[in-house]
Design a protein around this ligand. Structure first.
Ligand SMILES: NC(=O)c1ccc[n+]([C@@H]2O[C@H](COP(=O)([O-])OP(=O)(O)OC[C@H]3O[C@@H](n4cnc5c(N)ncnc54)[C@H](O)[C@@H]3O)[C@@H](O)[C@H]2O)c1
Ligand SMILES: [Zn+2]
Ligand SMILES: [Zn+2]
Length: 342
């Protein structure tokens, strides 16, 4: 089969002919229809510091996908050939202390599809039955293919109550724009979204931002607060991973408010801790998706009419994957989807 392999320890990703995935007793073989390129795929494509320390090529990339079940191992009970499925990309052990207390998203032994095991930028992918998710037919293939980042957005956005709250989102990237839609859906009052990329802020507007703040044009959060007549934000969703954005957020939170931190800040990020301590802020780190509450919440929001289509800006044929990585590399896009099945 054809697959996109992170073959060499250098910038790039390569299309190769590889053997079909191996299938265990409890695995499901999926013919991949569509797969989306994640920010993490871009990190590995660029072969940045994180990829050099967290991955071990060669492996097949890709963890955001939708496809059709074509085979099931002898131990599989609840998934059937012909089912349209996507999957939770974190494969957890089920035995560690956290797994046993219902906190699989912080399992001690997580494997990640498309990062620490072969993924879905391939004609076929094999996934344990435990990770398979079937979605209602009314949810489109495009949306089904981006459930993984939508899940990061959902987990972060719903970390604290939103109804009637003023929300600041720093980073209108692939996840921040989806979080904007979630906050609107969940009844937030004002949603202010910051970025330094006008294309992404346009998407945030379409997803329901009350105001956007383009730092590259000298716009400020303080001006947005003045326009809205608010004294600070009740909920902060940090989705840029940029130290400047994080500090901007800390300075503009209402006293006693909450920040959910998804963006991966550099380890040497400086913070004015007095602002956190004396304003009694809570900062909650977010990783992955809760298993499986996040998935139920996502499905229900989509069935309830949350429209993610503004977030998806490009589709490419599988053979044209390079165009997809190029546009991701430029940042001039929202979600990019590869059409894997011909
Ligand atoms: N914790 C987790 O489990 C998890 C999972 C997925 C992604 N992430 C992280 O979450 C973050 C968002 O992911 P994504 O896929 O949306 O990434 P992304 O690159 O698409 O989005 C980040 C956005 O932040 C913007 N930005 C950069 N500097 C800024 C600044 N000073 N102020 C405001 N915005 C700024 C960028 O222009 C970009 O649009 C990243 O840091 C990513 O690594 C964490
Ligand atoms: Zn992803
Ligand atoms: Zn575990």
């Amino acid at each position: 089969m054809k697959a996109l392999v992170k073959r060499h320890r250098e910038r790039g990703i390569w299309m190769e002919e590889v053997p079909m995935p191996e299938m265990g007793l409890n695995d499901v073989l999926i013919k991949v229809k569509k797969a989306a390129i994640c920010g993490t795929d871009l990190h590995m494509y660029r072969w940045d510091d994180w990829s050099q320390t967290h991955t071990n090529p060669p492996f097949i990339q890709g963890h955001e996908f939708v496809g059709t079940v074509v085979d099931t191992g002898a131990g599989v009970r609840n998934v059937h050939v012909g089912d349209r499925v996507t999957a939770e990309g974190h494969i957890v052990c089920g035995h560690c202390r956290n797994c046993r207390r219902g906190m699989g998203h912080v399992c001690e032994n997580t494997l990640s599809v498309g990062i620490t095991r072969d993924g879905a930028f391939a004609e076929y992918v094999s996934i344990p039955e435990s990770n398979i998710v079937r979605l209602k037919d009314s949810i489109s293939d495009d949306f089904a293919a981006i459930m993984d980042p939508f899940g990061n957005a959902t987990h972060t956005a719903l970390a604290f109550p939103l109804l009637g709250e003023d929300v600041l989102i720093t980073g209108a990237g692939l996840i921040g724009t989806m979080a904007t839609g979630i906050c609107r859906f969940a009844g937030a009052k004002n949603i202010v979204v910051t970025d330094i990329n006008p294309i992404r802020l346009e998407i945030a507007k379409k997803m329901g931002a009350t105001l956007t703040v383009d730092g590259s044009k000298g716009e400020t959060v303080a001006d947005a607060m003045f326009q809205l007549g608010i004294r600070g934000f009740d909920v902060g969703l940090e989705m840029s991973g940029a130290p400047a954005a994080f500090n901007d957020m800390v300075q503009h939170m209402y006293r006693g408010s909450n920040i959910a931190q998804l963006g991966i800040l550099p380890s040497d990020t400086k913070v004015n801790w007095s602002d956190v301590i004396f304003n009694a802020l809570t900062i909650k780190g977010i990783t992955g998706r809760r298993m499986w509450e996040t998935w139920y919440q996502m499905e229900q929001m989509l069935l309830g009419g949350l429209d993610l289509s503004p977030v998806i800006t490009h589709h490419f044929k599988f053979d044209d994957f390079q165009k997809g990585f190029d546009i991701m590399d430029s940042g001039q896009c929202g979600k990019v989807i590869l059409e894997i099945e011909k």
